[in-house]
Ligand binder design. Sequence first.
Ligand SMILES: [Zn+2]
Length: 427
Amino acid sequence: MTIYKGNFVWTSSPKQFESLEQGYVIVDDKGVISHVGTHIPPGYENAPVVELCSGAGEYVIPAMNDLHVHAPQYRNQGMALDLELLPWLNTYTFPEESKFSDPDYAQSIYSRFVYNLWKNGTMRAAVFATIHPEATKLLATLFDRAGMGAYIGLVGMDRNCPQELRNEANTIEAQIIDLIHHTKSMPLVSTIVTPRFVPACTPTMLSIMGKVAQEHHLPVQSHLSENKSEIAWVAQLEPESPSYAHVYDKYGLMSDSSTIMAHCCYSQGEELQLLRQRHVMIIHCPTSNVNLGSGIAPVRQFIDQGIRVALGSDVSGGHQLSMFRVIQYAIQMSKLKWAFTDKQMPYLTLSEAFHAATKVGGSLFGKVGSFEPGYAFDALVIDDSALSGWDKQYSPLQRVERCVYLADDRQIVRRYCQGREIPEPQI
Ligand SMILES: [Zn+2]
C-alpha cells in the first residue's frame, strides 16, 4: 500500500475536469486506487506518504492510452505523408513492414518504439505488429519488460498485399495461440485479434480470426471506413454486405463488446447502428485522418448516439506519438467540422477529448484512466513550471489546457502504470 500526496486532475465524466489540490490517493499492493480524498483516512495516519508534487509547478494526471498505433511503422513516423491511404500502404508502409521478418531489425525498431511511447506518457496501447510471429512476440516482451500495458496484435492479411506480407489462413490460428501462451505470464500484456482490414483479408482469414476471438475471448482490432476509395473497394469485394462493418460482423469479429475499430470517418446509417448494437469502441485518429486526407470523423454524432470514442495516434499515418497532440488535433478537427459542415453539432470540448484519451481508452484494459477508487493507478506527474507554473493565477483546468496544447515529454517528470513507477526503458 502506498499513499501519494499531490495535486490531482482527472475526468471521471466527459463533461468536466475534477481536481484535488494537496490531496491523497491511496494505492493498494495490486496497483489499484482504494481512496481519493483531502485527508488520510483513519488507520493510515502513520503510513509513509510519497510526495508527488514537491515542485511548485507539479500536478498529476492519468497516464495516456493510445488505442490505435502501428509499431512497425515507427521508422516512417513524420514522413511519407504525401499519398492517400491505399497508395500510401503500397508505396511506403508495406515495404517497411516486410522488414520485420528479421528479428534484429524488429528489436532495433520496436525497442525505440516502446521507449518513445514511455517518453510521451503513453502507459498502455493497442498495437498492430506485423504478420511475423517472432517479431510480434518480441514486441510483447518489450512492453512487459518496460512494465507498460499493451494489447499486441499479430496481423492477419492474405490478399491484395505483397507476397512477403501474406500469412496463411490455415496457420494464423496456431500463431495466435502461440502468442497467447507467450503473453500468459505477462501481467499487463495480452493478445488482440488483428485482421488488417477487409481488403487485405480473404473471407477464410476473417472467419478463422473471428472463431479464434470467440473461442479464446479475445478482443479484436481493425480498420473501418477510413477512406472513400477503401470503402468502395470493400463494397466491390463484398457486394452482399449492407455495409463495411457488416463484413466484420458476419465473420464473428464484433461479437462480445470488446471490438475496437479505428477511424470510422464515413460510418453512418446502418453501419453506425450496428456499431452501437455491438458496443464497438471507435478509435478516432485525427492526426492520421488529416495527414492521409481521409476525412473528419463525425465524433460528436458517435458520442451523442452513445458510442464510446477513444483516441489513437495511428503512427505512422499519424505523425505524433504524443497523445497530448492527438487530443489537441481531435478538438481542432472537430472545430473545423463544426465550422464547415454543421453548426448544430457542437465541437468536442477539452474535457471530452481528454476523457477519450484517458478513461474511455483505458476501459479496454479494465478500470484504467481515472483517479477513482477501483481504478489502476496509471499516472503522469507533469512539471509545467516552464509553461504555467510561474503564474499562480492559472487554475488547475487552465494548466491542463496548456499542457494539452503546449507540453511535450519534457514536462512529464514521472510515470506510473498499475501503481508502479516506470523507469526509462533500456534500448
Ligand atoms: Zn491503422
